[in-house]
Write a protein that binds this ligand. Sequence first.
Ligand SMILES: [Zn+2]
Length: 632
Amino acid sequence: MSKILTPDEIRAAARHIYELVPEIIPTEINRTLVSEWAEKNRTLTEGPFQGPFTFEYTPYLVEIADSLSPSCEEVREVAFMKPARIGATVSVGENWIGATIDAFPCDMGYITSDGAMAEIQMQTRIDALINESGIAHKIGETKKRAGQKKSGDKTVLKQFPSGSLLAGGPNSSFFKRSVGFKFLNVTEVDGFADDIGKEGDPIGLFRRRCGAFQNDYKILWESSPKLDHNSKIKRLYNEGDKRKFFVPCKHCGHEQFLKWGDKDKPGGLKFEKDDDDRLIEGSVYYECEECGGHWTNSDKDYFLKRGYWKATAVPRKPHVRSYHINALYSPIGFVSWETGVMEFLEIKHNGFPALEFQVWVNTFLGEPFEDRGERPKIEAVMSRKKDYHVDTLPEWADPLFLTLGADVQKDRIECEIVAWCKDFESFSINYHVIPGEAKNINDECWDKLKQIIEAEHCGMKISLSGIDSGYETNTVYSFCDSFARGVYPVMGSEQRTKDREVIKFFTIQGFNCPRVDINTVRLKDDLYMNLAKGMREDGSFPAGYMHFPIEYDRKYFNMLTAENVVFDQKTKKKKYIAGSRRNESTDTRVYNSSLVHAYRQAIEDQLKAEEKMEEDERLVFDNFWLYIKAKK
Ligand SMILES: [Zn+2]
């Protein structure tokens, strides 16, 4: 049995679809509901609920399945943002496939994370569905060669009277060609790449595949969400009417949707733990947001069957219905509230490692994950004690040298002056925004920046300045070259600064000053790690502690905490993204800290040139601080 369709077979499938177009335009809408079909025809032989299929345990899935029935004429697309383990795949997507083959046949596409997974799903789940629903006789053509499957019964292509089911991944060639489908069952859409080759956005691509059926196409988008900033299922959910499943309180009857909750706020899931993050047995309950009454996991029998979906938004696209649910609704016998809490406590106990925490948020809460763990909370940063004014330093400070980092924008230059102490403890001295046309070297803004660089601050001269050269590269090179020394163009470059190297000097042709290429990811790691540090109990400050003057406002700290760390699916590396948030003060601070590393490198190079250090030696930071202090 061949697993991969040959081009001829794909063409045959395509021809088959075109030939059938006139036949499958219905003269009368089929009134069969997906849920009715499933309960009448399907038997489960695997999983926790074997026997005749029933929605008794998962009543919240009935409406979702039924909105995929042709008779639900107002719905063209269903977006279901879901956790794992609530029975969605079996009860919604698979039942829709079975009902389509049997009751309202048409050409259906079934797209899952990739081609190999599509084959596995077809050979296991879909073959089982077909065999367990009494519809196997409909699959394939009558001509059958001995010892072979019927020719209309391929692993990824099932043909049946007046329709077909073609399965693949988002990159499968037949989804990229102008093959049309009336129904599309798209699963795990958050696992798809943001761009599918020349076709671009996968959501747009699959919508185009249904273009011939404007008035009666159906698409099911079903997925657990992944990362917040590029979640496709969240985007689709937001296009629809955002339905949530409301259930009544057994005490007061108040209807509410289940949420994880917050230990300091009324309502939601409550539990107690010991000092070692172990769940205290019998302490888990759900608290009604209205009366404060307690529910237990076994009350799911009561409230699930009394629940209903309620839209919580006006849809942005009127024909898109969207649903979100979390695993607190998981039926008795699937995932209990106790299990969810224990999973959470395990992650908490391990210090919320980002990847594990993400999996739990995605598959238990069914929510996209925003990696807040590495982004310092602005309130925490702002609430620290501040005890000096701009352009001053507290008396007890012991600064070793000053740096200036400047971020160049089209219509302004923003710069920060930082005083550095031993072990990277730092004091921000001032933050300037200098308006002007940055591309013009003769503009006033460059004069003003020069004045700041050459002036004394807190009785000290600036030792090194770094000017962002990623935007107005040549203007910045010329500006830096106009200084005898100490002013460098800075360029973010993960490629040139390999691995754990933080900076690298780079000779620019035609200019005397070297450029400082910087590893921005590494420097932002340091920045966010240092921002999260607090004062010690004895009133001293840890290495890397950052001090700020009283005048710095929320806007400054918003920019300093703007970026989220994410895992780039393409490069398999982590990166920082600011999204639409302003981040200039992050950049100026990153340039400033890169200059500390540049300073260490420059001193090391100088000591080697003077033959005071061996070529293979390295000036470690402990000695660097001592060296600067001695020189001061
Ligand atoms: Zn209540």
